[in-house]
Design a protein around this ligand. Structure first.
Ligand SMILES: Cc1cc2nc3c(=O)[nH]c(=O)nc-3n(C[C@H](O)[C@H](O)[C@H](O)COP(=O)(O)OP(=O)(O)OC[C@H]3O[C@@H](n4cnc5c(N)ncnc54)[C@H](O)[C@@H]3O)c2cc1C
Length: 389
């Protein structure tokens, strides 16, 4: 049985980690560079991941999922991201941002229809909060939802929606009462094959290039009242609650990227020679490796700790915002630190597309940006500690 400090992995945890590792190394790692280069969406491997239960790891089996716990999700996502962060992004949106929110705030009908489809791998989900003029300041959004009888009519433009070019269903946040600002936002689950839904420009990205990202536009899109999550005005609370779960996923993603960059660096430091020595014998390199390893293990403990806090919250109902934000902040900065050092250790080869190290470096950066930038995580953590705004 593997243990990390206070964390003991059960046989079920070992099993899902091994299954994810085997799949990721056999099926994803060999194609990652090609999909990074072309920016194509990796339909075949994503479909297989759905069939293996990776798109709804914590979703109960009755709603199409694998019925496992948060630590199982974190371990599987870490392994997928170690092979390719783009696959991990798609997986984490389906699990955390789509299924988790709908399970927590959706009606029975919503769970049976939309959670089932995404968790079982038959459909792809997305989450749309950001707009061109509001990212960190999500409460300042401009898109509108106006109730007309048993429907709401949606209008507006949302930006940076992961998986939007391919998603069948999207959780979308629109303003129903602009005067109330954050308290005037309402959440809906929408279907992308209905009139009034338009896919906008696809974003050409620095990293996670195989995960499709685009704008979406609503022009008099009609969504039934039954597709609302919670009550009118609950949207901001729902968005933030869902992001608590999402941030644990991004911490796992960052951890996977960092591990891949670190392992490549250790191997290279043991082989590459300069001035008649293995480069790993130079203190300038070996101290880098020591710092990389130490950061990774600290990030792991914070990430697994956040997973356990989320698991506990299923019984107690307590929020795990602090644990999730600390894990996301530290693990994402670790991914950036470690992948930057990995490029330096590989030097010229680290800068070449012949090795995946430059991809780890480009992919690591997103973990400091989406689902709340590092600055926003620091705001969340410090506000919780001081009680000040
Ligand atoms: C590849 C990618 C995928 C994404 N996927 C999704 C998705 O699926 N769904 C979705 O809704 N969004 C998604 N996003 C959007 C992402 O969440 C936002 O980019 C992020 O929240 C930051 O918003 P912004 O880019 O508008 O930056 P801004 O909010 O404009 O921030 C600009 C800078 O100012 C800083 N800043 C802002 N406010 C403060 C403050 N109060 N104190 C200190 N510093 C501050 C920020 O940290 C940042 O450094 C994605 C983004 C990318 C790049």
């Amino acid at each position: 049985m593997t243990s990390y400090g206070m964390f003991q992995l059960s046989p079920e945890h070992e099993m899902i980690r091994q299954a994810a590792r085997d799949f990721a190394q056999k099926e994803i790692a060999p194609i990652a560079a090609q999909f990074d280069e072309t920016g194509e969406f990796p339909y075949t491997t994503i479909k297989k991941m759905g069939e293996m239960g990776f798109m709804g790891i914590e979703v109960p089996e009755e709603y199409g999922g694998a019925g496992m716990d948060t630590l199982a999700y974190v371990l599987a996502l870490e392994e997928i991201c170690k092979a390719d962060a783009s696959h991990g992004t798609i997986m984490s949106v389906n699990n955390s941002l789509f299924c988790h929110g709908l399970l927590k705030f959706g009606s029975e009908e919503i769970k049976k229809k939309y959670v089932y489809a995404v968790a079982s791998g038959q459909a792809i989900g997305a989450y749309s909060l950001t707009e061109p003029m509001s990212g960190s300041d999500a409460g300042n959004m401009r898109s509108r939802a106006v109730r007309q009888g048993d429907h709401y009519v949606l209008n507006g433009r949302k930006s940076w929606v992961t998986s939007a070019p391919v998603a069948e269903y999207i959780v979308v946040f629109n303003m129903t009462d602009p005067e109330k600002k954050q308290r005037g936002i309402t959440a809906f689950v929408i279907e992308t094959d209905k009139p009034g839904f338009i896919r906008g420009k696809k974003e050409p990205k620095l990293g996670i290039r195989a995960s499709a990202t685009s704008e979406i536009v609503f022009e008099d899109y009609r969504v039934p009242v039954e597709n609302r999550l919670g009550e009118e005005g609950d949207g901001f609370k729902i968005a933030m609650t869902v992001l608590d779960a999402g941030r644990i996923g991004i911490a796992s993603q960052a951890l996977g990227i960092a591990e891949a960059a670190y392992e490549a660096s250790v191997e290279y430091a043991k082989e590459r020679e300069a001035f008649g020595h293995k480069i790993g014998e130079f203190q300038g390199i070996s101290f880098k490796l020591a710092d990389m390893k130490t950061h990774i293990e600290a990030a792991r403990l914070l990430t697994y700790n956040a997973a356990l806090a989320k698991e506990r919250s299923k019984k107690t109902g307590e929020r795990y915002t602090l644990e999730a934000s600390m894990a996301k902040l530290f693990a994402s900065e670790t991914a950036m630190f470690v992948s930057h050092a990995a490029v330096q250790i590989h030097a010229g080869l680290g800068y070449s597309k012949e090795l995946p190290v430059e991809r780890y470096f480009r992919d690591a950066k997103i973990t400091e940006i989406y689902e709340g930038t590092s600055e926003i995580q620091r705001m969340v953590i410090s506000r919780m500690e001081t009680g000040l705004r």
